[in-house]
Design a protein around this ligand. Structure first.
Ligand code: PXG
Length: 288
């Protein structure tokens, strides 16, 4: 079924949802985006995604072409028009149409795109058995070059790492920063468990401040776990008791092998399984 796409200020048919070849989002990857889940008809952690979107835009001097309440209304209308109950929303703001040349201020108006669609899920088996990953040779962007907190349309760094993963027949890969510390996976945040304590790299190490990451930290603390933001090395990953990734697409997924080192007993561990369960309870909760 053809989708209805929100373009700037209205819903249009998918076939008419087009942007110019002179849009700097296409020419230079100049823009920001958000990927948001819908569970049971509820747009998940919407407030946090909206805050991150406006912050990302502010940092790259991009004006969001719509106010917050207008944006919330547009999201709601797009979800409704496409009958999305469990799915995925992609919010994109491009710099808009300009001329050839980097100057972003030539672009007269930024463009808003909202897509509400089904989500491609990892097979259920992967969650039960856990996932294998590799360490990439591709180093994560230096945080002083592209701030990792900005969810920009520049994903080439992550795509190069994803290619390494796929060349090695695994779905995800772990990226390290210029100092050799763990940054994140290509589209997920990294967590490990050691001696009952949960560790995750700080944003300064090159990690996006994931919405799922923040939620999982909160859920873990509610379960009385200590969660520590700390620089992690490849060695830390190799010898941890449990290893999992968090993200809008993957939710909470156990890692059972990295670079041929088996984690724990080779199955997702008890903390990972508990937090995945808590995550689902929260995502599918009835009350607001
Ligand atoms: N790191 C990176 C580099 C990401 O792109 C995350 C961590 C996890 O953040 P959240 O806020 O989702 O917990 C991401 C998320 C897509 C897609 O379509 C990508 C993401 C999320 C949803 C969809 O490629 N990246």
């Amino acid at each position: 079924m053809a989708l209805k796409i929100w373009l700037d200020d209205k819903l249009v048919d998918e076939a008419d949802a087009k942007v110019s070849v002179f849009d700097h989002g296409l020419l230079y990857g100049d823009g920001v985006f958000e990927g948001i889940r819908v569970y049971n008809g509820r747009v998940f952690e919407l407030e946090a995604h909206i805050v991150r979107l406006y912050e990302s835009a502010k940092v790259i001097r991009l004006e969001v072409p719509i106010g917050k309440s207008g944006l919330l209304g547009a999201i709601e209308k797009t979800v409704e028009a496409n009958g999305v109950v469990d799915g995925y929303i992609r919010l994109v703001i491009t710099r808009g149409v300009g001329t050839l040349g980097l100057n972003p201020f030539i672009c007269k108006s930024s463009r808003l795109i909202i897509i509400a669609d089904k989500i491609q899920l990892y097979p259920e088996e992967l969650y039960e058995k856990g996932m294998k990953v590799i360490s990439t040779v591709t180093v994560r962007n230096h945080p002083l070059a592209i701030p990792p907190q900005v969810k920009s349309l520049n994903y080439l760094n992550n795509i190069l790492a994803k290619i390494e993963a796929l060349d090695n027949d695994v779905p995800e890969a772990i990226m390290y920063n210029h100092e050799g510390y763990v940054a994140e996976a290509t589209g997920d945040n990294v967590f490990i468990v050691r001696n009952g304590v949960i560790y995750t790299p700080p944003a300064e190490a090159g990690a996006l401040e994931g919405i799922t990451r923040a939620l999982v930290i909160r859920l873990a603390e509610e379960q009385n776990f200590r969660v520590v933001e700390k620089n992690l090395t490849r060695h830390d990953l190799y010898v941890c008791d449990e290893f999992f990734l968090t993200g809008t697409a993957a939710e909470v997924i156990g890692i059972v092998d990295i670079d041929g080192r088996v984690i724990g007993d080779g199955r997702p561990g008890p903390v990972t399984r508990l937090l995945r369960e808590e995550f689902f309870k929260y995502a599918h909760r009835k009350e607001k």
